[in-house]
Design a protein around this ligand. Structure first.
Ligand code: GDL
Length: 658
């Protein structure tokens, strides 16, 4: 039965969302400030990930009073709750959730419909809201249309599947501006099938709370995959045969559920390569038992990670008997035999499993080798093979390189992107908070997906993860700096001053080094530009103008720690950036002291100038003593802050370059 539009009957309420019930996750931004709210006439809201097609659909909708939300069975509880909370945030007094067939339009009231495309009531609602009914929507895709009307207006959500409906709800969340809901027509779907993160770094693994928070965040940015592969979890790698103790197993079960609640695939990875005896049936059993334990907890995605192991020696004499002298080709054969058995005996025989994933030992190049040939020719074609690009931490990833990788692995590759991971020497003292970039548009034609390997600092990684989620959803429409700003807005809950403070801080943590130390993202480009302008004006004799122009930015940096402390709701973020905020306070005070000193010199007060330069020197010395949190990141050391730009300027400033 289709929806009665304009029927006027009273809905039988099967589920009521009371006003004020918060259904947002801890990773949700706080409600945007209502202020005057709304979008300017004709202005489209910013939605991240960037939708494939979005057009305006007339004046914004007013949301108030009692609203019916008609749903089909495919609408997951989280999707229904999210739509409800969004409507409440937009001004609904009450949301009555009813079966889609029981919707009766009340004059003057907004009607909201959610379900799968193809259901007649959903399709009717999409048309009534001036939207499209897409013919062949890819998995996870959705159509969303919202239209104001004098008799109440309609919001229609049609997903390809439950994930698509949930993603439409995530888009709806971003259509709210103040007390209004933007009128739009959107058809959207991901260009890459697998999007998200792989907790695959060395050093202190994320805490349970950090993981719970991350999984909620992935839902917000339409990332569908989280791979659990922390190198320093002993049960993942060094003691992979041992089952998880009961308390840790219970936590893993909670993570699986949290992932399900946010439409994320919790992917359990095992890394047995450090000690496995491929020819020992006991080792195969140990592996399968552990995978089974995770299946019993609800996990449906699995990965075998054989990175960072040697293939120059076997772990047991039996492997030499079975596969001959150790060699890359022999290792490839032993691995492929194992993987195909796990795929056949475990993945295939269990309901609901997703294609198995594999991290090969040769993951960072596209060279044709005996190892890759065996895997290409013999590994079951359904297995996803991960690849980090043309290096462990490549300066960029191009479509051509990915095409070569696809060729050499015999399938589209699955990118393990070693950004923003900060577990290698060149990242000492750094957070990697630049925009996710240098990945070429069009990669979706050659890869099945991208997962980012994040930092030990989980919430600080959200800046990059936000970009990665956007890029992997729509690499063609991706704009790195636009999404970077959107990430700052996400963290600040759309508070403009906090966003500016965050971006100024991110600029000082913009540098990204390759594994060999080359900067593929430069240090502090914005500050560098401003200091260069200062130097040029000063050299031209325009001293006062130079000082006047730079001072507001120096003040922004000096005020940033306080603004960020007050304006970002995410407690994990604050914990992550603690030492960096301490360092920023000192460096920015040194910058201000230096500008004061230069000002005093312009004013002819050389004593005052020298005093402020001495203050700056002391502050710089103090900043040199701020260190990373012991035990948190693998390389520990002094916190860096726009190094090579800010320190260079400050040291040169008293005499200003000759
Ligand atoms: C690696 C490791 C990864 C580590 C990263 C950066 C892969 C497949 N493995 O080689 O665990 O975090 O380098 O140090 O990338």
């Amino acid at each position: 039965m289709s929806v009665v539009i304009g029927g006027g009957g009273v809905a039988s309420s099967s589920d009521v969302l009371p006003t004020g019930t918060s259904m947002s996750t801890s990773a949700d931004p706080p409600a945007p400030a209502p202020a005057s709210g709304g979008l300017a006439e004709g202005e489209l809201p910013r939605v991240v990930p960037t939708p494939q097609h979005m057009v305006g659909n007339g004046p914004a909708l007013t949301v108030r009073g009692r609203i019916q939300l008609g749903v089909t069975a495919e609408v997951s509880d989280p999707a229904r709750e999210l739509v409800g909370s969004v409507l409440e945030e937009a001004g609904a007094g009450r949301v009555d959730v009813v079966d889609i067939d029981d919707v009766r339009r009340r004059p003057g009231q907004l009607t909201v419909i959610a379900g799968t495309v193809g259901h007649p009531a959903v399709d009717d609602a999409l048309r009534a809201a001036g939207g499209e009914v897409p013919a062949d929507l890819p998995a996870e895709g959705y159509a969303l249309a919202s239209k104001a009307a004098r008799d109440g207006g309609v919001v229609a959500i049609g997903g390809a599947d439950p994930d698509g409906i949930y993603y439409a709800a995530q888009t709806l969340r971003q259509l709210v501006a103040g007390r209004a809901l933007a009128a739009v027509s959107i058809t959207d779907f991901p260009l890459m099938q697998l999007r998200g993160s792989i907790e695959g770094f060395y050093g202190q693994p994320w805490s349970h709370e950090e993981r719970l928070d991350q999984l909620a965040f992935y839902g917000d940015v339409k990332a569908n995959t989280y791979v659990y592969a922390p190198k320093d979890d002993p049960y993942h790698r060094d003691q992979w045969r041992e089952p998880y103790p009961a308390d840790l197993e219970a936590q893993l079960g909670e993570l699986v559920q949290q992932a399900i609640d946010h439409h994320v695939r919790f992917t359990f990875a095992m890394s047995p390569g450090v000690s496995i005896c491929y020819s020992d049936p006991g080792d195969l059993d140990a592996l399968l038992d552990k995978l089974q334990a995770m299946y019993d907890l609800g996990a449906r995605s699995f990965s075998i990670a054989l990175d960072d192991i040697t293939y120059d020696e076997w772990n047991c004499p039996g492997d030499e008997d079975a596969y001959g002298e150790p060699s890359p080709g022999a290792a490839g054969q032993a691995q492929v035999d194992l993987l195909n058995v796990v795929k056949r005996d475990f993945i295939d025989g269990r309901e609901g499993t997703h294609p198995m994933q594999f991290v090969p030992t040769e993951y960072d190049n596209v060279a044709e080798t005996p190892y890759k040939r065996i895997i290409r020719e013999q590994l079951d074609e359904s297995v996803e093979v991960m690849w980090t690009g043309t290096d462990v931490v490549p300066p960029s990833i191009s479509v051509d390189e990915a095409a070569e990788a696809a060729e050499v692995w015999g399938r589209p590759v699955f990118i393990w992107d070693n950004y923003p991971v900060n577990d290698y020497w060149w990242t000492t003292g750094r957070l990697l908070m630049g925009p996710y970039s240098k990945r070429e548009a069009g990669l979706h034609t050659q890869v099945s997906g991208i997962l980012l390997n994040p930092m030990n600092q989980a919430s600080a990684s959200k800046v990059a993860l936000f970009g990665g989620a956007d890029f992997s959803w729509n690499d063609v429409g991706y704009e790195p700096y636009r999404t970077w700003e959107a990430a700052a807005d996400y963290l600040s809950g759309d508070d403009t001053r906090t966003t500016q403070a965050l971006l100024a801080f991110f600029d000082l943590q913009h540098l990204a080094p390759t594994f060999w130390g080359d900067a593929w993202l430069p240090v502090a480009p914005e500050l560098d530009r401003r200091l260069e302008r200062f130097d040029a004006s000063w050299a031209a004799g325009e001293h006062q103008a130079a000082l006047d122009e730079l001072r507001p930015y120096a003040e922004l940096l000096a005020g940033a720690p306080e603004l960020i402390a007050a304006g970002v709701a995410d407690p994990i973020f604050h914990e992550d950036i603690g030492p960096w905020m301490e360092s920023l306070a000192l460096w920015s005070a040194a910058l201000l002291a230096t500008l004061d000193g230069l000002q005093a010199r312009v004013d002819g007060d050389e004593d005052a100038a020298n005093q402020r330069f001495a203050d700056a020197a002391e502050l710089i010395e103090a900043a040199g003593e701020v260190e990373t949190v012991p035990g948190k990141t693998r390389p520990e050391g002094v916190v860096k802050m726009g190094d090579g730009v800010l320190d260079v300027f400050l040291t040169a400033a008293p005499g200003l370059r000759p």
